[in-house]
Structures are given as C-alpha cells and as structure tokens.
Design a protein around this ligand. Structure first.
Ligand code: EPU
Length: 354
C-alpha cells in the first residue's frame, strides 16, 4: 500500500474565477435551490491551488462538487464551492494483460465508460449510467450489478488541500469498501481528487450474474452476454426502468447503504421475517436489501410534502419539485424510525449532507 507525494507542486496561477452568491441548483442532482457564498470553477490543479489560497477563501469551509450526485444540500453554503471541471482522458500505459486508462476528475462518469467501450477496452460496462463525475467515483466506491469501481482502480491522484501538493494513491491506499473509501473518511477534507487511473484487463469475462441483469439479457433473446456492449445496453435498460433520471426527478441514487448485520442478529430476524432479502458475506455477517426493508414498511411511493420515496425503488428518495434538503432529511428520518421499529436495523445514509 502506498500514498506518495509527487515531486512537482503545481505552480498556482495569480487569479482564478470566483462568483459570489452562486446558485447551486444545477450542481446537485436533487436540484435543491441553494447558494454558495463563493464558487470557483477549477479546470486544473493549478486553479485549485489558486482558489484555496485566494484571500476571499481564507477561513472559509470548502465543498468540492463534481456532478453533485451524492450530496444533500440543506441550506445556503457559507463557504467556497469548488466546481471540478478538470477534463481529459487517455491510455497511459498498455501491457500484455491490461490497458491503463486515466481520466480527469471532471469527466462525466457515464461518458467515460462509453468512451472506454468505444475504444475497445471493456471492463467498466456494469457501471454504465451512474450519475456523477470520475473524480467522485472513488469517494463512495460507486458500484452496481456485481462490480465496484475499486475493482478496476489502479491509482488515484489527489491534491492535499493544506499544502497544494499532489499525491498518488495506489488501490490499497484508497481503502475501498462497500460504498466507502479513505476519501470518504480520513481523507475527506484533506484531499481533492484530480484524476483516476483504471486497469482494464484484456481477458474480458461478462459479469452478468446479478438477477436483474441476467433477466434483462435473457429477455433480449441472448443466452448470455456476448460482448461488453450487450452488458452495457442491459445495464442501461435496467437502470432506466428502475431508477429515476435526475434531470427529470431530482435524486441521489440509493439514499441508504444496504445494512450489514451480525449472523446471530440475522438468524433471529429471519425467524420473524422469513421473506427478508439477504446476501451472506464472507465474514459470516449478512447484508440486507434496504429497499426491501423500506418497502415492507409501506414507504414505497409515499411522500412527506414534496419529498418522496420513488415508486419503483424504495431505496431512492426524490424531490418532486420544490422540496428542500431538510424535507429529504425529515423523510429519511421517518423511514429510519419505521425500519428500526420493525426490524431492529439501523439504516446509514449514503450521500453526505451539508
Ligand atoms: N427491493 C424491494 N423493494 C424495493 C427495492 C428493492 O423489495 O423497493 C428488493 C428487490 O426486489 C431485490 C432487492 O431488494 O430483491 C435489491 O434491490 P435492487 O436489485 O434494486 O438493488 P439494491 O440493493 O436496492 C444496490 C445498489 C444500487 C445498485 C443496485 C444494483 C446500494 C445502496 N445500492 O441497490 O446502487 O444500482 O444494487 O447493483 O448498494 C447507488 O448506490 O446509488 C445505487 C443506485
């Protein structure tokens, strides 16, 4: 495991574009209508260093926004928002076994996945259509349909906020876990991710065992996925059918993590609730489908004022238009209460709230 400081400090520019009282509605996928005291568009590592050293930023909190697909903004942000817009993607290395592809933090995730496939480099197709940017992907180790981003990550490049120095983290140093990483915990306010390098193995195998995905592939008349594009198309179809498009209905994907409980607690639970959807873990613990728990409590499709539970996936909370972040958190609290009262299981929020 290693996280190494790189030698070259980016030399900051003298000035960088700042906007005051900046509207964030277009920068968070819930579509909450809040403002930042200042916002700054960051197109390079040098821009980033200039922004945090600017006199207007001194003493202010900073918030890094990529696609804004994993945040709940509950009020105006009295600080500096850094709008990550670093662009570029390229193959940095190739050997007999794999391609190594680097993308800058501001690249749109789904467009990047599509680009790798079009260039003949499969391996990320299960993660198609996940909203957000490449730079946000490692923070919560985005995952879907049997694959996590950490499974394909070779390295993450990040700037240390305090010193402006770039670091390179190998995959072990990122400490990827289920919707978790170093960058979501200890690294959260310390580092800003500027680029990610992926290792895409040349020996491709379809990863299409996940129930929804296998069903979709069978429905398309394919006995099994023949190529990465088949998997990509099936993932896109499943996501479109179940998950709301944030451009149409504000949301941040799954609002809760699937809870992992001890084996003994599961044994007692399954006696009372034999239908509980569960996934045994290698360590003897058991992961539960939070969507099922919430659904069983009767929350699917229900609303609390303008905040609601999605009609086709109870794990997704939506802004029906005009809801605030506080409305969403109040709804989440009511759901958490009911799930705990019935199942004795605590739900943990997936997006970060401010
Ligand atoms: N279920 C219900 N009712 C619901 C929702 C789900 O009974 O309203 C049941 C389903 O029938 C299924 C089980 O719960 O048996 C799991 O549902 P699903 O396959 O839809 O997946 P999930 O566990 O709810 C996770 C990820 C998603 C990811 C999908 C597919 C988390 C927190 N969520 O959802 O990720 O797309 O698996 O891999 O791990 C995200 O993180 O934002 C996200 C969308």
């Amino acid at each position: 495991m290693s996280a190494s400081a790189l030698s070259a400090d980016p030399s900051p520019r003298n000035s960088v574009w700042f906007a005051a009282a900046y509207p964030l509605r277009a920068h968070n996928t819930f579509g909450f209508d809040v403002r930042a005291r200042y916002a700054c568009r960051v197109e390079s590592e040098a821009d980033f260093v200039a922004a945090v050293r600017d006199s207007r930023a001194q003493g202010l909190r900073t918030l890094v926004l990529g696609g804004g697909s994993n945040v709940v903004l509950t009020r105006d942000f009295d600080g500096l928002v850094l709008l990550v817009a670093l662009a570029g993607k390229r193959v940095v290395h190739e050997d007999g076994d794999a391609w190594y592809v680097q993308a800058a933090a501001g690249e749109n995730w789904h467009d990047f996945v599509a680009w790798t496939l079009a260039a003949g480099m499969p391996g990320l197709e299960n993660l198609a259509l996940i909203p957000g940017t490449v730079g946000a992907a490692p923070i919560q180790n985005i995952g879907a349909y049997g694959l996590e981003m950490g499974d394909r990550c070779a390295a993450v490049r990040a700037i240390e906020v305090e010193t402006g120095r770039p670091y390179e983290f190998d995959a072990a140093a990122c400490e990827f876990g289920y919707r978790d990483s170093f960058f979501k915990r200890e690294g959260r306010d310390r580092f800003v991710i500027t680029a990610v390098t992926f290792r895409l193995p040349k020996s491709w195998q379809p990863n299409a065992g996940y129930a929804d995905l296998a069903r979709e592939i069978a429905q398309r008349g394919l006995s099994e996925a023949q190529c990465a594009q088949d998997v990509f198309d099936a993932v896109v179809a499943v996501r479109r059918a179940k998950l709301p498009d944030p451009r149409v209905l504000g949301n941040a994907g799954s609002f809760f993590k699937n809870p992992v409980i001890e084996g003994e607690q599961f044994d007692a639970l399954v006696m009372r609730e034999p239908g509980v959807v569960s996934y045994p873990q290698a360590d003897g613990r058991v992961k539960l489908a939070a969507g099922w728990l919430i659904d069983q409590c009767g929350w699917k499709g229900r609303a609390l004022r303008l905040a609601a539970v999605h009609e086709r996936q109870a794990l997704v909370l939506v802004n029906r238009g005009g809801a605030t972040g506080a409305d969403i958190l109040e709804l989440a609290q009511a759901i958490r209460h009911d799930v705990f009262a019935r199942f004795g299981v605590e739900l943990e929020q997936e997006p970060i709230s401010f």
